[in-house]
Design a protein around this ligand. Structure first.
Ligand code: ATP
Ligand code: MG
Length: 421
């Protein structure tokens, strides 16, 4: 790759704040082959450009391509407004109440998300981010902007790169290319401010570091520790989603170890971090179960949300239920707080309880009518994670289950379960 401009992408004034003048991007020849980019995404970009709009691939797709990882999806940022996108693509629909963007639909359920360049709306606010008591939490996100503003509103430099698929260049307003090469997660702008604006970014930093095996820039790391309590202010469904994503990312062990290390686990799941702090056998079992989840993910088998959540919380749940008569009350006593913090849907909460309670019989090998229960498959998967964690031999019945129920196809299964909850 070559450097085409030496302009600093993150000019700052004396206070270290980003300045608002339109900056010149660094431009790099990308070592990206368009064969690795989704053909439909390229088609969308070509058409937008043909009609006079600016359009780039953005976000996680570009990051993953540059890191040599297969991207999950490709997002597009464009100067076209949502209604202009809609008129250019019959197969599109406009979604979002607060920030409207277009979903362009292709075969096989593929969606190319196409959003108009937007800016950070808080920049106009009369709040001094250096004021430690100022409320910086972002509650709106709906102002259109310029490409450079769109790059800077993003969370981490590695996520702020634009890829121009026509010229094969990476347009970098945020120093992201340097961090892709250095394999480091660094916030765009001041870490404390960016984590206070949206504390879920703390979990996102953990996710990227763990999943992509990247370092965390030390000032960002310190800010994650310093701002971890802010997580309690984030929208609860977003927290649950990130908690589950961290389990599904193929690096659950590393993710939760980081969660614990920075103290985010104390804020989100104190019931679990008490267990770990004891340095008990139970903590070793937890890491073992998370390893087993990572192994399953690598094999292309995605456990359900209930299995994932139960594997995470098995220790505290079993401790709460151990030897008590009124297990319902004991379970509610433990999960009440969890539900409060993470907005766990009732259905998921009940499912977790059912499959955890089935473990006793599975351990005893007394299956009885269990194999005919519709939750058997999930209970058995949890049991197999436990066998792995304990280094125990898998009982025969575990591997005699019908193939299809051991590893259901990824996407369809997850969607169905999500819709139901
Ligand atoms: P993944 O591979 O997990 O999907 P991603 O980076 O694509 O990772 P998305 O949640 O799909 O993550 O978001 C797409 C892009 O939107 C990100 O790359 C980032 O540029 C921007 N973004 C997402 N969430 C935030 C946030 N909380 N704050 C700022 N920018 C964000
Ligand atoms: Mg994405």
């Amino acid at each position: 790759m070559t450097l085409a401009s030496s302009e600093s992408p993150t000019d700052s004034d004396d206070s270290g704040d980003l300045v608002d003048d339109e900056p010149q991007p660094e431009v790099f020849d990308a070592e990206v082959r368009n064969e690795d980019v989704d053909r439909d995404a390229l088609k969308v970009i070509r058409r937008l450009r043909r009609y006079g709009h600016d359009a780039y691939l953005v976000g996680g797709g570009v990051r993953d391509l540059l890191l040599g990882v297969r991207p999950k999806d490709f997002d597009i940022a464009t100067s076209a407004r949502p209604n202009e996108v809609k008129t250019l693509f019959r197969n599109s629909r406009i979604i979002g109440r607060r920030f409207r963007l277009a979903h362009i639909l292709f075969g096989g359920g593929k969606i190319i998300e196409t959003a108009t360049f937007r800016r950070d709306p808080t920049e106009d606010d009369d709040v001094d981010p250096r004021d430690e008591d100022a409320d910086l939490l972002i509650r709106r996100d709906n102002e259109f902007g310029e490409p450079w503003e769109d790059a800077r509103r993003r969370d981490f430099t590695i996520n702020g790169l634009f890829y121009d698929s026509e010229s094969n260049e990476v347009i970098d307003y945020v120093g992201g290319m340097r961090d892709v090469r250095g394999r480091v997660v660094r916030t765009i702008g001041q870490p404390d401010v960016r984590f206070r604006e949206d504390p879920v970014r703390i979990l996102r930093a953990i996710k990227f570091s763990a999943r992509l095996d990247l370092g965390i820039d030390p000032p960002a790391y310190d800010a994650m520790v310093a701002q971890r309590e802010e997580l309690a202010r984030a929208a609860r469904p977003r927290l649950l989603e990130e908690i589950l994503r961290l389990l599904r990312g193929g690096a659950a062990h590393r993710s939760y170890w980081l969660m614990w290390e920075i103290g985010a686990l104390d804020v989100l799941l104190p019931q679990l971090s008490f267990h770990l702090d004891d340095d008990s056998d139970e903590s070793r079992l937890l890491w073992g179960r998370l390893d087993a989840i990572d192994t399953l993910m690598r094999a292309g088998s995605l456990p359900t949300d209930a299995v994932l959540f139960a594997a995470l919380m098995l220790g505290p749940i079993e401790e709460a239920l151990d030897g008590v008569k009124d297990t319902t009350r004991a379970y509610e006593g433990l999960m009440g707080d969890v539900v409060e913090t993470l907005a766990v849907p009732r259905r998921l909460k009940e499912r977790v309880r059912t499959i955890v309670q089935a473990q006793r019989r599975l351990r005893a090998g007394k299956l009885g009518a269990l194999p005919r229960r519709e939750y058997f498959d999930e209970a058995a998967t949890l049991f197999s994670l436990e066998c792995h964690a304990k280094g125990q031999r898998r009982p025969e019945w575990l591997d005699e289950r019908p193939e299809a129920s051991q590893a259901a196809p990824k996407r369809t299964r997850r969607r169905r379960r999500r819709n139901r909850s």
